[in-house]
Every structure is written in structure tokens, then in C-alpha cells.
Write a protein that binds this ligand. Structure first.
Ligand code: CA
Length: 227
């Protein structure tokens, strides 16, 4: 497993590299946002938001726009970053400095496990992996989405949520169902999380693609009107 560690504080970065290498990870350490964006692909990114050159949030968004690599964000204590913001950045989890090394390794392994499970949960390539709803096309094998033939960039969770809802158009899924099926029970802030993802999905695939059923949950209507 290759980890890209983006940390400018050498007093943290060096022991982190030593410890993570001892845990069996291959560590690629960089100290700036520019270097992070130029780094080769990794299996997981550990990103300190306080970088000397670029805003860590910009780096996070940029990495997320390029790939679905799991990202754990590191924030300083008291830094005004809430969970909703982290989700908007496309981060998978976060740790607050100072963090314990054991805790960090546990988080890394949990995030890697989740992303591997997501991949295993995809249907076999030979099956019918494509979902078509109106102008929306969702390919579960390649995890690519197009709207009226144009590619749409989604975060991994946005994709999971859309694929889940669109798998059975017209079916109403309750909030509880969605949270337990799309997120795992270890996820934090479930209610708000779901709304944030629904809102960002609507911005990307059109407001009519996902219908709110008041007091119940959400559905992807059979034939959403052209946005
Ligand atoms: Ca820093």
C-alpha cells in the first residue's frame, strides 16, 4: 500500500514516515501542495491542511477531482473545519493534531478497508453494470457518470449514493436505509452528511434527478425531466 503523506512540519513528518514504514506502508513524503499535486498516484493520501504554499483545501479538492483515492485530512486543533466542509472537500476522514500514532494507523486501515469493500461490492464486469435513467448514465464498473453524454465528476460517496438510488428508479429509500447501506455505522454526523451529499449531487446531475419524499427519504424518479 502506497501512502502519499503531505506534511510540512518535519518534526511530525519524519517520525510519521518511520512509523508508517514500520507498519508496512510504502511512504512518499512531500512538504508542499505543489509537490503533492505532482506526486505519483497513491492508495491513500494523508493531507495536512496547513501547508506553506497552497491552501490545503484547494489541494484536497484538486486531488479529489483527479481520482477517487481515499483522503484523510489532518487539521490543527481549533482550526475552523467542520465535518460538512470536509465532506465538501471530498475527504474520507480526518484527524486533529496532535493525534496518536495508533489512532492514525487505525483510521488509515479503516479507510482503506472501506474503499476496498466498495470496489468488491461492484458487480462483476460481465454483468449489466450500466444504469440509465433519463439522460443520466451510471456505469458501476468504471464508476463513470454522464449527463446527456457529458461526463460528471463525483466524489466516491456521491457516486455510491447515486448508484444506490438509481439502481431501482421510482423506489423510495428511507434516510435510515440509505445511511446504513451507503455509509457504514462508523461514519460520523449521518443526518447532515446525507443532506450535504444529496445537495451536491443535485448541483452536478440536475435538481430533478433526485426527488425528496418529505418525512421519508429520497428517490430517483423513473424519468427525470431534462435539467
Ligand atoms: Ca502544517
Amino acid at each position: 500500500m502506497r501512502l502519499l503523506v503531505i506534511e510540512d512540519d518535519r518534526s511530525i513528518a519524519e517520525p510519521l514516515r518511520t512509523g508508517l514504514t514500520r507498519e508496512g506502508f510504502e511512504v512518499h513524503l512531500v512538504g508542499t501542495g505543489e509537490e503533492a499535486l505532482a506526486a505519483p498516484p497513491a492508495d491513500l493520501v494523508l493531507l495536512d491542511l496547513g501547508l506553506p504554499d497552497l491552501d490545503g483545501r484547494v489541494v484536497c479538492r484538486e486531488l479529489r477531482a483527479r481520482s477517487q483515492v481515499p483522503i484523510i485530512v489532518v487539521t490543527a486543533r481549533g482550526e475552523e473545519i467542520d465535518r460538512v466542509t470536509l465532506l465538501e472537500l471530498g475527504a474520507d476522514d480526518y484527524v486533529v493534531k496532535p493525534f496518536g500514532f495508533r489512532e492514525l494507523v487505525a483510521r488509515i486501515r479503516a479507510v482503506l478497508r472501506r474503499s476496498t469493500q466498495d470496489q468488491i461490492a461492484q458487480p462483476a464486469p460481465t454483468g449489466n453494470t450500466s444504469i440509465e435513467v433519463g439522460e443520466l448514465s451510471i456505469d458501476r464498473r468504471t464508476r463513470k457518470v454522464t449527463l446527456a453524454g457529458l461526463p460528471v465528476t463525483l466524489t466516491p460517496k456521491e457516486f455510491d449514493l447515486l448508484a444506490y438510488l438509481a439502481a431501482d428508479p421510482g423506489t423510495v429509500h428511507t434516510r435510515d436505509q440509505i445511511i446504513s447501506d451507503v455509509w457504514d455505522e462508523n461514519w460520523w454526523g449521518p443526518t447532515k452528511t446525507l443532506d450535504v451529499h444529496i445537495a451536491s449531487l443535485r448541483k452536478k446531475v440536475g435538481p430533478a434527478a433526485i426527488e425528496t419524499i418529505r418525512g421519508v427519504g429520497f428517490t430517483v424518479p423513473d424519468q427525470p425531466p431534462t435539467p
